[in-house]
Design a protein around this ligand. Structure first.
Ligand SMILES: [Zn+2]
Length: 119
């Protein structure tokens, strides 16, 4: 007997991951019975703003970068494939961002050194 914990099943109230069979969220007691009967996850009207892909992606790119990846994986607004795709994109984006910051620091150091030589 295998025990499967599906990440697609998430409490809409507190976004904790749920086992497929549960009727109530073990963390907040929210009634999740209607979700467990629908494993394909037809997109219902998201009552949690973290489930909106545009908002999650906006936060990831503008604020959190790779720090927001756990959040992305908890969101119900993405398919598993989409989560992997965006994880990859965010990781590359974060690496690029860190590289840019590194280059900017290097540039500033060179500028300061040049100023020092003049003074
Ligand atoms: Zn809950």
């Amino acid at each position: 007997m295998r025990e499967v914990i599906t990440l697609d099943l998430i409490c809409p109230h507190c976004t904790v991951g749920l086992r497929p069979a549960v009727k109530r969220c073990p963390q907040c007691g929210h009634d999740v019975s209607r979700h467990s009967g629908d494993p394909t996850g037809t997109p219902s009207v998201a009552d949690n703003w973290a489930d909106h892909p545009a908002i999650v992606l906006g936060m990831l790119f503008l604020v959190l970068a790779a720090l927001g990846l756990p959040w992305l994986w908890r969101s119900r607004g993405f398919s598993k494939r989409a989560k992997w795709f965006w994880t990859l994109v965010i990781l590359i984006y974060t690496a690029l961002l860190l590289w840019l910051i590194w280059m900017a620091i290097g540039y500033l150091v060179v500028q300061i050194e040049a100023l020092r030589a003049v003074w």
